[in-house]
Ligand binder design. Structure first.
Ligand SMILES: O=C(O)[C@H]1O[C@H](OP(=O)(O)OP(=O)(O)OC[C@H]2O[C@@H](n3ccc(=O)[nH]c3=O)[C@H](O)[C@@H]2O)[C@H](O)[C@@H](O)[C@@H]1O
Length: 432
């Protein structure tokens, strides 16, 4: 291939009578021109290279800003180590993601209480009032549990945590929750429940030792399943919401990490967990707030005016299920990112086994609050809801003796007592 330096290519193909002199002049001119162009091209190339480098740097910087720089440093490492310290014989050290969340905070406290090492991780996002998350965090720190402020998508931060502490277990409870919000902000589900999960599993796979992973799936994976009660072997390939689809995807994703890298995996399908320090986006919580504020509540009705029903499960029962799963989990089998032997893969329903209709749940709240609700009935919109849930829990019972003991009436009484002590009985006017 001729190059720009090859002046010959610009010469006339048929030489004329002024050939000698003019050709020499032409050659000099074209040589000069050609070398200038080459230099120009090189300069352009260097400028482009520098620009690419600079924009990459700013991308990395903005990435770490996005993940917040609230982690790192000697003091931070000291807090992580202290929090991870095991204080009982045969204890475990657990990294709890979503530790400032509803289930995460309860599980963290229960583990710490029995002498296990616990390090929390939470990004304190604003899906619901972050001040409730901060208050849960304060509760945890009063029990010497340190909650790292960070995102499960931050691979560098995760690598650092696994470098500092040889976690025996990961209790992964961080997620974008909520069935209906998925229509408003679908990307947040992909960010936390898919991308975040993969980042976390990558960190677990390379950690040495690899932790055993216990994580929160959801009863929503049963989707349009009509066979009741729901068993783990029932169909889960017809999710009704994007939330459910990301949880189902999580079950498949964790399976691949189990299969390829030897991670021990236990997925827990939670059934509408409720209780003190709960999530304000859930129906029992927002209904309580609205009833106290004298505002109307919307109660969805299924097809043919059938009442919707949920297998509401009290938080203390869920905590027992989480700890039972953790204690019965076998070790991961991989090391150095390689599987050494087949590893355990389990999925359990953690429900209450006695569904209650939403109007009955409202009736219990009215009694506890001693206020009548202003009910607004609405046909269930096509927003991802399912008509009912009902757990078969025989697998969890057999494997680690899971046995829920709190009925909805008792559980809601405890919730209402907490709600009033936290927000006050002023019809929620000073709701945080
Ligand atoms: O167990 C699960 O898998 C899921 O349980 C809950 O999801 P959901 O059962 O929909 O809980 P709520 O949002 O509290 O709704 C409970 C019931 O109240 C109904 N509802 C909700 C809101 C409302 O304004 N009106 C109303 O009638 C819903 O249709 C549903 O039947 C959680 O929000 C999910 O994160 C969790 O994964």
């Amino acid at each position: 291939m001729p190059s720009l330096e090859d002046g010959e290519m610009f010469l006339p193909s048929t030489p004329g009578k002024f050939k000698d002199k003019s050709i020499t002049m032409h050659r000099q001119f074209y040589r000069c021109f050609a070398s200038t162009s080459t230099m120009f091209l090189w300069a352009l190339f260097l400028v482009a290279l520098t620009a690419a480098y600079l924009s990459f740097q700013s991308f990395v910087d903005s990435g770490s800003r996005y993940f917040s720089t609230a982690w790192g440093g000697i003091q931070w490492e000291k807090q992580v180590r202290a929090s991870a310290q095991i204080r009982r014989h045969n204890g475990v050290s657990v990294l709890v993601t979503g530790a400032a969340g509803f289930v995460g905070s309860h599980v963290s406290l229960a583990l710490k209480k029995r002498g296990d090492g616990v390090v929390g991780l939470d990004n304190f996002n604003s899906y619901y009032d972050p001040s409730l998350k901060r208050d849960r965090r304060n509760l945890l720190s009063s029990q010497n549990i340190f909650v790292v402020e960070g995102d499960i998508n931050d691979a560098r931060m995760l690598a650092k945590l696994f470098e500092i502490v040889a976690f025996t277990h990961l209790m992964h409870l961080a997620a974008q929750a909520g069935v209906r919000y998925a229509m408003e902000n679908p990307q947040s589900y992909v960010h936390s429940n898919i991308a975040g999960l993969v980042t976390l599993l990558e960190a677990c796979k390379t950690a040495d030792p690899q932790p055993a992973v216990v994580w929160a799936s959801s009863s929503s994976v049963y989707g349009l399943n009509e066979k009741a009660p729901f068993s783990e072997s029932d169909r889960t390939d017809r999710p009704a919401s994007l939330y459910a689809a990301t949880k189902k995807a999580g079950e498949e994703i964790t399976h691949t990490y189990n299969h390829i890298y030897g991670l021990s995996i236990t997925g827990l399908r939670f059934f509408t967990v409720y209780g003190p320090w709960g999530r304000p986006d859930m129906a029992y919580f927002s209904f309580t707030r609205n009833i106290l504020q004298g505002k109307p509540i919307t109660i969805y009705k299924g097809k043919n005016h059938v009442d919707l029903a949920r297998d509401f499960t009290y938080i203390d029962d869920i905590v027992k299920g989480c700890i039972g799963s953790l204690d019965s989990a076998k070790k991961s089998t991989g090391s150095g990112g390689k599987k050494r032997a087949a590893a355990q893969y389990r999925i359990f329903n953690l429900g209450n086994t006695s569904p209650v209709t939403v109007p009955m749940m409202v009736g219990i709240l009215e009694k506890q609050l001693k206020v009548k609700a202003k009910k607004h009935m609405l046909e269930m919109p096509g927003n991802g809801d399912v008509p009912f849930t009902h757990a078969n829990i025989s697998s969890a019972r057999k494997e680690f003796g899971y046995k829920p003991t709190t009925d909805l009436q008792t559980g809601l009484r405890k919730f209402v007592r907490w709600y009033l002590s936290y927000y006050g009985y002023d019809h929620g006017k000073s709701v945080k």
